[in-house]
Design a protein. Structure first.
Length: 105
């Protein structure tokens, strides 16, 4: 029997989850996956990710869905609580960003 190496695809560092060997966050892959993008499309969107890494990240997410969804929610809440200087410095741009965010949800 041939021994098969177990590969890690996601690591926790610098207060976040990252695809191993890249600067791509797990958040990016999960949001794309939850918006219905196929793994092939996600891999095309992120040149640092091959299909194996995308599937590995999705598998990690599905195996830890409750924890990762809680983590993502906490990150969104922290972001929303941050002051947004662009809202007062460039209100038209801020409004466009908020409209784009609503459409993405």
């Amino acid at each position: 029997m041939v021994a098969v190496a177990v590969k890690p695809y996601v690591e926790f560092k610098a207060e976040g989850y990252w695809i191993v060997g890249t600067r791509v966050s797990l958040d990016s892959v999960v949001y794309a996956f939850n918006q219905g993008l196929l793994p092939e499309s996600i891999a095309q969107s992120y040149p640092l990710l091959d299909l194996e890494k995308v599937y590995g990240a999705i598998t990690f997410y599905l195996a830890n869905r409750i924890e990762i969804d809680s983590y993502l929610l906490a990150e969104e809440q922290a972001f929303e609580a941050m002051p947004q200087p662009i809202s007062s410095e460039a209100p038209a741009l801020y409004e466009k960003l908020m409209q784009a965010k609503k459409l993405a949800q």
